[in-house]
Each structure stands twice: as C-alpha cells, then as structure tokens.
Design a protein around this ligand. Structure first.
Ligand code: GDP
Ligand code: MG
Length: 383
C-alpha cells in the first residue's frame, strides 16, 4: 500500500497548487510593574502577494512551513515602552485563497501588493493584565492557488482546441472573467453521469516562441498555471506556424509545446497531462498515429529532426494518449473518460498527501505542547 502511494506520488510530480502552513503571531513583551512600563506587542504574520512567487518556491524555501512573528520587547528601565516584535511577512503568489483548518475562508489576495494578516501578535504586558503579555494567535492555514479550470488546453493554433471544447462541453463554452488575470478564457464543462463536472479552459492559441512573449503566448502560459491538469491537443498532420517556418510533424509539435512550457516555468511539466491527437479523420491518419506512438515511446531517441535549441530538457509522461476527431466525434467518449480518470487519481493523491502531512505535523507538535506547559509553570510560581 505504502509502495503504491509512493509510486503514485512520483507519477504525479510536484506541481504545488495548495500549501498548508503553520502561522503564529509573536508573543508580547513583559511589562514592568515597578515603573508601569508596557511590553511591546508581538509581531503579526502577514501574507503579501508578489508576482513571480510560486507556492512551490515557499515550500522549497521553508520546508518546515512554520511562520512566526517576532517577540515583543520587554519593558525595561531604559525603554519603558517595549518595541513591537517584527512582522513576519510571507511572500505568496497573487491569486490565492486563504482558508483556515476548517475550510472557512479567511481572505484572498488577487493583485500584486495585496496583503492580509493571518495571525495576530500577542499583546505586550500592561497594567490591566498585571504586566503579563499574551501569546500570539496560532493557526494552520491553507493557501490555494485560484484555479481557472480543472483542465487547460495546450496546443498551437488550428490544432482543433475550440472545436474539441465545443464537442466535449455540455453547453456552448462561455467566456469567463477573473479578477486575478487579464486573460479571458473560454470555459466549457464536461458533465459526467454521476453529476461530477469537470471544467475545461481554452485560450487564444499558443504560438511557437511564446516564451519570448510574442503575441498572446505569454498570457496563455500564465493561465496554464491555474489549471489542475493539461490536455495537449495536436493535429495528426502536424503544424506550420507560417509559410516561412518549417512544417512540424505531430511528434515535433508535442516537443515544441513541451519546450514552451519548460521555458516559461519548468514546474508546469509536473502537471498531469493527457494528449489528444486530433483530426484522425484525415487521410493516412492511422499510419501517422502509429509513427507518433512509436516516437513517444522513446522521445529522446527521436529528437534528431529538431534543431538543438528547440529540444526540451525534459519529457512529459502522458497519462493517456487518445486519438480523436472533433469533426466526426471519433474517440471523444474515450477522451472524456480519460480526463475523468486522471482528475480522480490526482484528487486521491492530494487527499493522501494532506493526510500524511497532518499526521507528520501531529507528531511534530505533540512534544511542543508538553514543553510549553512545562515552561508556563515557573512563571505562574513567580506570580
Ligand atoms: N478534418 C478535421 N478538421 C478539424 C477537426 N477539428 C478541427 N478541425 C478544423 O481545424 C480548424 C481549426 O480548428 P479550431 O477548433 O478553430 O482550432 P484551434 O485554433 O486550436 O482552436 C478548423 O477549420 C476546424 O474546422 C477534425 O477533427 N478534423
Ligand atoms: Mg481556438
């Protein structure tokens, strides 16, 4: 069982779209009864939205995922009013929702510079409290990247993304507006017999060289961060950007798409991905599909046709490769089934991860509680 989980975890990579952190406001400083001095307040813990930061950055930089405000300074003869403790400011990506341990929303950060306090520092000791300080607020919070959709379409223009989205959606796809991005994706919904809905987003096409921020490419890639998983769409006949650029085979097209994602943000390659090979109604499609599948079995051995600078550093292991035709409807049921399977598997993995994390933090926190009780007793005696 354990072995099975590990394999799943590895298979699902490590793109981070949610994070559980422990936050604690700083304890206040002691007052000075003799001279009526006030202790400084403990520092708060705040989240500040900053472009370019990712939840994975936070996880990597602070593996312990604990953020504690500074302790307020004790009142002293030299400084009767103790200084406030330092605010612990955590930089987070814009476009996140913050909830407490019970799933109740604390707030959200949409734009660069938005800030929110997630744990209040304790009060410094004053006359009213017998000059004793109070502890800061302690809680576990969840940061969730706001998602545009469950699935994001990835493909060059004319691959058939819009056609495909229209065919698998149960209503005409709608243009959606989100506060955290200027991009307005077209959103479709797949409805399953058990009433589960999976949303799929399409955006103006990715173009070769998107990472150079030409055309809409960059904005497109920004949106792709906000989906749980990716649905690559390629035309079985390949792709040609313009009359002066070379004609790419379906396999090369997949490689170019991977390259664009990698150059923008390598983490994107860790998202679960399904590949839809479209336009299977075209002549010689079956033959070409056979070739594509063979090439995808050993991608690194088949990259010789692409110039070095267009070869991605890593590959994506597609969960499913599904031949379809948006025109005739061939393979669409299969595609819908594969999308659901991948979504469910990913949800299972995330539940397991969370359970494991909770268990670990419980192990970590138990001895601390004991220590804290132990520390408070001498203070009581003092008093
Ligand atoms: N033969 C064929 N043509 C298709 C298929 N799917 C889409 N097309 C055509 O390909 C062109 C581009 O399709 P579109 O959905 O706009 O692609 P997008 O740019 O990726 O959104 C259109 O002319 C479609 O009619 C297909 O399965 N078979
Ligand atoms: Mg389109």
């Amino acid at each position: 069982m354990v072995w099975c989980c590990r394999v799943l975890l590895r298979k699902y990579g490590n793109f981070v779209d949610n994070l559980r952190i422990y936050v604690k406001g700083g304890t206040g400083g002691m007052g000075l009864p003799r001279l009526g001095g006030q202790g400084g307040n403990g520092g708060d813990v705040c989240l500040l939205a900053k472009k370019g930061v990712t939840l994975k950055n936070i996880k990597d930089k602070y593996p312990h995922k604990r953020f504690i405000g500074g302790v307020g300074v004790n009142s002293s003869v030299r400084a009767l009013k103790g200084l406030a403790g330092e605010v612990c400011q955590v930089e987070v990506p814009p476009g996140i929702v913050i909830t407490n341990e019970h799933g109740v929303k604390i707030g959200e950060l949409d734009k660069e510079g938005d800030e929110i306090r997630v744990a209040r520092g304790g009060h410094g000791g004053i006359f009213k409290t017998d000059f004793l300080p109070s502890k800061g607020q302690t809680r576990v919070i969840h940061l969730d990247l706001k998602l545009i959709s469950d699935v994001g379409l990835v493909g060059f223009p004319n691959a058939g993304k819009s056609s495909l989205l229209g065919k698998i959606s149960h209503a005409k796809p709608q243009v959606a507006d989100y506060a955290f991005t200027t991009v307005k994706p077209e959103l479709g919904k797949i409805m399953y017999p058990d009433y589960k809905q999976v949303s799929v987003a399409d955006l103006p096409g990715l173009i070769e060289g998107a990472h150079y921020n030409r055309g809409m490419g960059h904005k497109f890639l920004k949106h792709i961060e906000r989906t749980k998983q990716l649905l690559f769409v390629v035309d079985i006949a390949g792709f040609q950007l313009s009359a002066i650029t070379p004609c790419r085979s379906a396999f090369e097209t997949v490689q170019l798409l991977i390259l664009e994602l990698q150059l923008y943000k390598e983490e994107l390659l860790d998202k679960p991905a399904v590949l839809a090979v479209n336009k299977m109604d075209l002549p010689n499609a079956d033959e070409k599909l056979g070739e594509l599948l063979k090439q995808l079995e050993n991608p690194t051995g088949n990259l010789h046709s692409l110039p070095d600078e267009l070869v991605p550093e890593r590959q994506i292991e597609f969960k499913h490769i599904v031949p379809v035709s948006a025109a005739t409807g061939q393979g669409l049921e299969d595609l819908i089934g594969c999308i659901r399977k991948t979504i469910d598997e990913q949800a299972d993995v995330q539940i397991q991860e969370l359970a494991q994390e909770r268990l670990q933090s419980l192990h970590k926190e138990t001895p601390r509680t004991v220590k804290r009780n132990f520390q408070t007793s001498p203070r009581h005696k003092h008093h």
